[in-house]
Design a protein around this ligand. Sequence first.
Ligand SMILES: [Zn+2]
Length: 217
Amino acid sequence: MTPNREDYLKLIFELSGENRLVSNKQILANINVSGASVSEMISKLAKEGLACHTPYQGVQLTERGWTLASSLIRKHRLWEVFLMNNLKYSWENIHEEAELLEHATSNTLADKLSLFLNHPEVCPHGGVIPKNNETISEKTTTILADCKVETTIQILRVLDADPLLLKSLKNIEIILNEKYVIQEKNEERTVLLQEKNQQKITIPHRITNAIFIKTLM
Ligand SMILES: [Zn+2]
C-alpha cells in the first residue's frame, strides 16, 4: 500500500520527538518507498503549509501540520486502546482497524472515547496519546539501531506505522518496558538478551529503526 500524506504526517510526528526535526533518511528507514517518493511527498507537505524542509537538516512539521498529526494520532491510539482492552483484539491487529476508524472520528467522539477509557496516556505500542488541543511529543526517540553492544536497554515503544512491522515484532516476542542487554549487533541482526529470564531474541536490522528505547547502563 502506498503511504498517503496523513501517513507521512503521523510518521514525522512519531520520529521527531521534542526537537521535531527528522531527516529524510530516518523517514526512508521506516517506510517502504523510494527516496524520490519521500522527497516528493515532503515538497507536497511543504506546499500545503504542513511541513517545512531545510536542506541537509531535515523536515519539521509546521504548527498546522503538528495539530493535524496530533489529532489523527490521538484518534488512532484511543481506538487502539479500546480495541485491545474492550474488544479483546490482539496487539498486532489493532493498528489496521484504528487506521480506518481515525478518519471517521469527530473530535467530540474522540473526547467521549477518551473519557470512557479513563484518559489513557499511551497506546498499546507505547506511543503517547496527545490530549485535545495540547501540544505533546513522543517522549523517547532513541532507536535501538543507534545503541552499542553490551548496553542495557528498556524498550519503551515501537513505531505505530506499519501492520507488517507490528506482526514481526509480535513474532519476535518483543515485550514493552522489559529490560534487555544488547548481546550482538551487525548489519543483519541485533540479538537481545532478556534480563529477567535470559531469553534471547533476534531482531532483523531494518526493524531496529522502529524500536524506541531508553538506555539504562
Ligand atoms: Zn499504537
